[in-house]
Design a protein around this ligand. Structure first.
Ligand SMILES: [Mn+2]
Length: 350
């Protein structure tokens, strides 16, 4: 009897055969697949298992995954918790989100760093790259052959959380992936990975391509009023694939706020610091070396500049960035023989 089988026995002990089980997740591929695996493990052992998510799912690849694997998710807001007597969390811990709070948990299975967890059964393994890996080990150890759909979902969970094995992947994650491969419908995996763009996204990108402006190896696009900040991120990432572009700065207005997404190639100064210097006067701004974001209430920008028209905002984002970068160039960025970009060059270059 190996230790995983002992653990699974303990897990099963939490549920009588009459149990009505609700698995609550913050839905991403790893959480969705892990919840499906829990449902499979408890199949014919309890009276009912449902999966509920509290986050809004809008990414087309995640929607495709849910559709093609028959994951069967319900928004938590639509679920009457009184109809359930056992609650389970996978791929998260109660402290991660207030939606998890105030519920007694029968089981928590996760791979994030351990927080303050209380449940009848806990299996937290921070050494694992994904929660899908833990549940694949459960299935394997209990000799449950995953269906083609479940195996495909678990593969997507592993691929997503490890960024195709380039981030925090362990040998265990690789082994689990290899194990699932023989059961999975790989067409599902391919189809999910292809599902990146909606028609609206494509139109949005089309406009961005037409109206982009390049200043000193930086590409800018101001989208005006937007309904999905995700599209700004998509364009910002996409524009980094233009040869000779080191930065992309994409902006738009939603809910009376100017949102600016910054990306750079990582070879230069930090995006987070640039965002702070350029925009923190008017709102929140920050991020990492290669990725950053600023969100500024329009009334704050008005206070600072006196204006908030779309044309003005487009210009202002450029000027703020070019000022910051020009300062940086003077200090650190300048290569021999290269003169620093003049302040206000955004305007001059147009
Ligand atoms: Mn995960």
């Amino acid at each position: 009897m190996n230790s995983t089988r002992e653990k699974i026995k303990q897990f099963f002990k939490q549920f009588q055969s009459s149990a009505k089980v609700l698995v609550i997740i913050n839905a991403d591929p790893d959480a969705i697949a892990s919840a499906m695996a829990v449902k499979r493990l408890l199949w014919r052992r309890v009276s009912e298992v449902s999966i509920a998510h509290f986050n809004r799912i809008s990414r087309p690849d995640n929607l495709t995954l849910i559709q093609l694997t028959d994951a069967g998710l319900t928004p938590l807001a639509d679920v009457d918790k009184a109809l359930f007597d056992h609650f389970v969390i996978v791929d998260s811990q109660p402290e991660h989100n207030e939606a998890f709070e105030g519920i007694p948990y029968a089981a928590i299975i996760d791979h994030h760093p351990l927080t303050n967890v209380k449940a009848g059964y806990t299996d937290i393994r921070p050494g694992y790259g994904t929660c899908s890996t833990i549940l694949t080990e459960y299935l394997k150890s209990w000799k449950i052959r995953p269906s083609a759909k479940l195996a495909a979902a678990l593969m997507m969970g592993i691929k997503t959380d490890t960024a195709d094995f380039t981030r925090q992947a362990t040998l265990k994650d690789i082994r689990a992936f290899q194990y699932l491969y023989k059961f999975a419908d790989n067409n599902i995996v391919t189809k999910v990975e292809r599902a990146i763009l909606t028609d609206e996204d494509l139109s949005f990108i089309g406009n961005a391509i037409k109206k982009r402006q390049k200043v000193n190896n930086r590409v800018f696009y101001h989208a005006g009023k937007i309904s999905k900040p995700d599209e700004l991120v998509m364009v910002a990432d996409f524009f980094l694939s233009i040869v000779g572009v080191n930065w992309s700065i994409i902006s738009g207005v939603m809910d009376q706020k100017l949102i600016v997404i910054l990306r750079n190639d990582g070879l230069r100064k930090g995006a987070g610091n640039t965002a702070k210097e350029a925009f923190s006067k008017c709102g929140s701004a920050g991020g990492h070396k290669t990725m950053a974001r600023a969100e500024m209430p329009l009334h704050q920008i008005k206070k600072e500049t006196g204006r908030t028209g779309q044309k003005f905002l487009a210009e202002w984002v450029m000027t703020q960035i070019e000022k910051t970068r020009a300062k940086k160039s003077n200090k650190t960025d300048t290569l021999p023989g290269q003169s620093p970009a003049p302040v206000g060059s955004a305007v001059l270059a147009r």
